[in-house]
Design a protein around this ligand. Structure first.
Ligand code: NAP
Length: 635
């Protein structure tokens, strides 16, 4: 559909619209506040997102939007100014909730009605003379957060090099090739705020579309040409005398070189070092065996007996894809995931919706905003643990219990014809204790297939031709697939980092319990920054791209601080670091994933939640707006 659409094309497009977002766009276009004066949308937890508006209201919105779009095409439509008080009313209306005042600055930035990229650096390294131009940063990794860092450093005119162990950009979306791989956040939210994609093919796009997006963005901003591919960081050593990091890099040829940088940004991700289960006989399996994140391009599972170990987010996606092809599939489950009903999980975005996103002014902003609120902090309270909760241990509070009952009922309904299966797949831990997955029914349907068995008896060993469980049963297998997750707690696992006095980050400092201030910096590791570091993962409330954008703004702010204050180094004060971590630990103890007795990869070997951010997103946004010089020891 072209920009100059006909009346009937626009009408067809509006049939695919998110009506509350159209209502907000109309206020900009007409200045008419009558929609705001009506009842706000009421979103059913698992509904269609239209907020239960009456047919008459929907028809009226569509008719007015048609008129406005026709006038916009003929250039006779002007935009009405919106002051902050009205904006807040509009936000509350579309959210179907009263958004607390403290969210307002974040929400205004996120909504960005004027399309301004508020996180773009407003300074240039050269503004600060030699102190700015001497900066030279190493970015390790060219996935989502590495590309973002490079874009921001280019915008600030800061010199940098960027390396990646892989042959291309994209990180996790380059590496994961397993069938069914896709994002669990709505695509229109899972994109850089300054680089919206109105052409996402699916509401939850697949790996190919995501890889294409990051590839295209890296090309557009000229980042891809700068990445040194196939280059692995071996170690980084702080040279206190010269205030530099000396980083040893291994080139694709195997040759090593040591390069000096004034700052290092690790953008290596959390979830890419496969973890294999420690099961006797694992090495002796005779057939092909591989981890989900190392899916062989040429593997043919047709007619094979396949064993899958694990039922986390990855297995949940590939099991339904491979089940119809294989002769037999055994799915070994230790703990079932919570399933969040998401009917449009595999659905394509209609052409009409794409057209509206591109052509109905402000619609795209409000549509993203609506998702931002309803799918992030809007659901945070459901996974909070109530210290006074005396109900069943399957929940951590009243709201959590309510959510649990709804989700369990949705699973039970799917298993109405297989009560035996329902008993196995309804989790007994609280919702939010582990990562939940988005469900449109294909998982339970796959488990119900005649050629699929869900095995819950624990595995005791692997034999060359099969898997043995505690009951002494051996189920034969030709192929073994590990959906067993990653070494998530072992941050920055692939290289060593030697800080002040040569203390190594993993062996001398973290000792299996990674911590960092705001997930990014730690004492005695001057000018060293981590993206998607400890305690910056989110369980229910948000997209990791939002977190990365906040973190990168903070890191770029630190670099500006170095230049502006003419400093050589900054490292966070131990007391600031300690206070922050105490708050985070306290916060996590009040969340479903931190509750006693709930175990997942969110907790490290010491039992501490080292992965997750326990607070609302607005707190991370506020904390990362600008670094505070007083929080750092500087030289
Ligand atoms: P995961 O969530 O850590 O799941 C690993 C699975 O393997 C769990 O079911 C675990 O059981 C099981 N397991 C581990 N060791 C086992 C053993 N010895 N015997 C039997 N079962 C064993 O890993 P993942 O599925 O790869 O996902 C990791 C994370 O990556 C996700 O949480 C998510 O953050 C991200 N991810 C996202 C998407 C997406 O956005 N769609 C897709 C894939 C991954 P227990 O639960 O009992 O430990």
């Amino acid at each position: 559909m072209s920009v100059e659409a006909t009346r009937s094309q626009i009408e067809a497009a509006l049939n695919e619209a998110h009506i509350p977002s159209v209502m907000m766009a109309l206020i900009h276009l007409t200045g008419d506040l009558s929609d705001l004066n009506g009842e706000p949308p009421v979103y059913d937890f698992f509904g269609d997102g239209q907020g239960g508006l009456s047919a008459e209201r929907i028809a009226s919105v569509k008719a007015r939007a048609l008129q406005a779009l026709l006038e916009a095409q003929s250039g006779t439509r002007t935009h009405h100014p919106i002051d902050e008080a009205l904006l807040q009313r509009m936000m509350n209306f579309i959210a179907g909730a009263t958004i607390p005042d403290r969210y307002l600055p974040l929400m205004v930035e996120e909504l960005s009605v004027d399309g301004v990229d508020a996180k773009r650096p407003t300074w240039r390294a050269a503004d600060y003379g030699e102190a700015g131009t001497r900066l030279k940063v190493l970015i390790i990794g060219a996935g989502m957060s590495g590309i973002l860092t490079a874009i921001r450093l280019d915008q600030a005119g800061v010199a940098y090099e960027i390396v990646d162990k892989n042959p291309d950009v994209g990180g996790t979306w380059l590496e994961n090739l397993y069938p069914g791989c896709r994002v669990d956040n709505p695509s229109h939210l899972y994109a850089y705020s300054f680089e919206p994609n109105h052409d996402w093919p699916n509401h939850y796009s697949d790996r190919n579309a995501l890889f294409a997006y990051f590839h295209k963005t890296a090309e557009k901003y000229g980042i891809r040409a700068k990445v040194q591919f196939g280059v692995q960081v071996q170690d980084a050593r702080w040279d206190a005398k010269h205030h530099l990091w000396r980083v040893t890099l291994r080139d694709p040829s195997g040759q090593t070189r040591t390069v000096a940088y004034s700052a290092v940004v690790s953008a290596v991700g959390q979830l890419n070092q496969p973890r294999y289960p420690d099961l006797p006989g694992r090495e002796d399996f005779a057939g092909p065996s591989f981890h989900s994140a190392r899916w062989p391009k040429d593997i043919d599972l047709k007619g094979k007996r396949v064993a899958v170990i694990g039922t986390g987010a990855s297995a949940f996606q590939f099991v339904p894809e491979i089940a119809p092809d294989v002769a037999h599939l055994d799915v070994y489950q230790r703990t079932p995931p919570w399933l969040g009903p998401t009917p449009n999980y595999h659905e394509a975005v209609g052409e009409g919706q794409k057209w509206l996103l591109k052509n109905l002014p402000y619609y795209d902003r409000w549509y993203r905003f609506w998702m931002f609120w309803t799918m992030t902090d809007g659901i945070y309270d459901f996974v909070k643990a109530d210290p006074d909760w005396t109900g069943p241990s399957t929940a951590v509070g009243e709201m959590n219990h309510m959510l649990r009952e709804m989700l369990a009922e949705a699973i039970r309904t799917q298993c109405a014809d297989r009560p035996d299966l329902a008993d196995k797949v309804i989790p007994t831990y609280p919702m939010g204790g582990k990562r939940s997955v988005r469900d449109n029914g294909v998982w339970i349907a796959a488990l119900k297939r005649d050629n699929v068995e869900l095995v819950t008896d624990p595995i005791v060993s692997i034999e060359p031709d099969g898997v043995v469980t505690r009951e002494g049963v051996k189920r034969s297998a030709d192929v073994l697939i590990y959906g067993t997750g990653f070494h998530a707690s072992d941050f920055l696992r692939t290289f060593k980092v030697y800080g002040v006095e040569g203390r190594e980050l993993h062996s001398d400092v973290w000792k299996g319990d990674a911590r960092a201030y705001l997930g990014m910096t730690l004492p005695d590791f001057p000018n060293f920054f981590i993206l998607y570091g400890p305690n910056t993962n989110i369980v229910v409330n948000g997209s990791i791209i939002f977190f990365s954008e906040c973190s990168v703004r903070y890191v770029v702010g630190c670099l500006e601080m170095l230049a502006k204050e003419k400093l050589h180094s900054i490292s966070v004060r131990p007391e600031v670091f300690a206070r922050f971590n105490a708050e985070v630990d306290e916060g996590n103890s009040k969340m479903a994933w931190g509750a006693k007795g709930v175990n997942s990869w969110y907790k490290n070997a010491t039992g501490r939640v080292s992965q997750n951010w326990p607070f609302p997103l607005v707190d991370y946004w506020n904390a990362t707006l600008k670094p505070n010089l007083a929080d750092f020891i500087s030289t």
